[in-house]
Design a protein. Sequence first.
Length: 219
Amino acid sequence: MRRVKCRGVFVLLAALLLSQPMLLAGDKGTPPPAREATSYPAVDVHDKEGVAVAADPLDTREKESFFQVDYLKAGYLPVRLIVTNNSADPVKLDEVRVYFLTANGDRVRAADTDDVERSIRDVKDPGRQMEKPFPLKGMGKPKDKDPKVESDFKVADFATLTVAPHSTQSGYLFFNVSGLQDELVGAKLLVRGIETQDGTPLFYFEAPFDKYLAAKKKP
């Protein structure tokens, strides 16, 4: 399901149910099962609302190796979004808006398949970007779908946009960080629009990547 919105623009997410047996990252097409959000370093916990949101960046080829495409090489950072609901009622992700907040406060929206496919074509053929310098309407959109990208996004899609009580859902978003250096330093994942069952939005979540980086340095 790709219904999670980014200011009115549909963005693509990826996900797994947690009832699967433990699998190692690196099995093509099979992401590792997610843990509870509170087990990840980059996490924001709302105790009063009973909801925790974590972000786990796939910042090495090893971590993203279950994908068919090397997104890091193409300038995209896959980030796993983990939502744990420990309240007594379901929460909804239908209206969620997710951004990668840089250290400078810039917001990067999640990419869709067209964004990624276009970038991959440009990496393979750098001269292609210079053929038509003006962004006329419809220009630059891939004519042919990349089956590997399409397959990765399907594998990685949220299984459901409702997080049942005392359960966890997770998914992957892809952010274009090609113009950034040390993109995780001082950056955060901003998540808005998680709602209760009656449509009441929860306060926004911010998962700081500096906590992830600090945890990586520990022996």
